[in-house]
Design a protein around this ligand. Structure first.
Ligand SMILES: C[S@@+](CC[C@H](N)C(=O)[O-])C[C@H]1O[C@@H](n2cnc3c(N)ncnc32)[C@H](O)[C@@H]1O
Length: 234
């Protein structure tokens, strides 16, 4: 079962600022929003759409069609409850099972999902295939310095240990009080993987809280938790 379908984990996730306040409750939004291309008339695919915030954002900005897929029925239930709009379709489907029709989308977005994926290159190939020429792949993945360590937690002395960096693969972490399986990918795997697949890297950002949140988020000023990337299909 997908972790997000577990009732207790789902309830904890619902308490997060991003779940209560949507995009403006998400620490990365001030950096992610400027990376979106023009959405008017565009076909958009959201991989791991969760509550559907980014689908609704695209629809509100004139996207012609938006498909949000997610493995979790509970998460999609929230998407339908909170972020339904004309031209948005929500579908229970895993990133691995989706059929990725050739040259069908102008924008593929994936926010905080790809660290749940073991074979990143396989996703890159499918996204490249499903994008139209000139299309955009915009994603936010947990940063490799965040995912590297086997425990992914601050040390007792308050430092952030980056260990086992060159051992990509499965990590068992604590998230919202539950044990969650994620995958560590090195920076080379994330960025060079895109280049190898034929993408051009257009923008890279490391998530940093907005100035007005920084004093309340001292941990987020010690190391980047997320890596935001925009890549184009040449
Ligand atoms: C942290 S949430 C992010 C949701 C949404 N993208 C957002 O930013 O609000 C991660 C989501 O990824 C979904 N997910 C994880 N692995 C997946 C997979 N292999 N296929 C599809 N969805 C997946 C989970 O069900 C969950 O909804």
């Amino acid at each position: 079962m997908n972790q997000y379908d577990h009732p207790d984990f789902f309830a904890e996730y619902a308490r997060m600022s991003r779940s209560q306040y949507g995009l403006h409750g998400a620490g990365e939004w001030h950096q992610l929003e400027p990376l979106f291309p023009d959405l008017a008339g565009k076909a958009v695919l959201d991989l791991g759409c969760g509550y559907g915030w980014h689908c609704k954002y695209a629809a509100d900005r004139g996207a012609a069609s938006v498909l949000g897929i997610d493995q979790s029925e509970r998460m999609l239930g929230e998407a339908i409850r909170r972020n339904t709009a004309a031209y948005i379709e929500y579908r229970v489907c895993s990133i691995g099972d989706y059929d990725y029709p050739a040259e069908a989308f102008d924008l593929v977005i994936s926010n905080l999902v790809l660290h749940y994926i073991e074979d990143l290159d396989a996703v890159y190939r499918q996204v490249h295939r499903t994008l139209k020429a000139g299309g955009t792949f915009l994603f936010n993945i947990e940063h490799p310095t965040f995912t590297a360590g086997v425990r992914q937690q601050f040390a007792p002395d308050g430092t952030w240990p980056v260990t086992d960096y060159y051992y990509p693969g499965e990590r068992t972490t604590e998230f919202l009080g539950y044990t969650v399986k994620k995958y560590h990918h090195t920076l080379t795997q994330i960025l060079n993987g895109l280049l190898q697949c034929g993408f051009a890297i257009e923008a890279v950002e490391e998530a940093m809280p907005p100035a007005e949140w920084q004093s309340q988020m001292p941990e987020e000023m010690q190391r980047p938790m997320m890596l935001l990337v925009r890549a184009g299909k040449r």
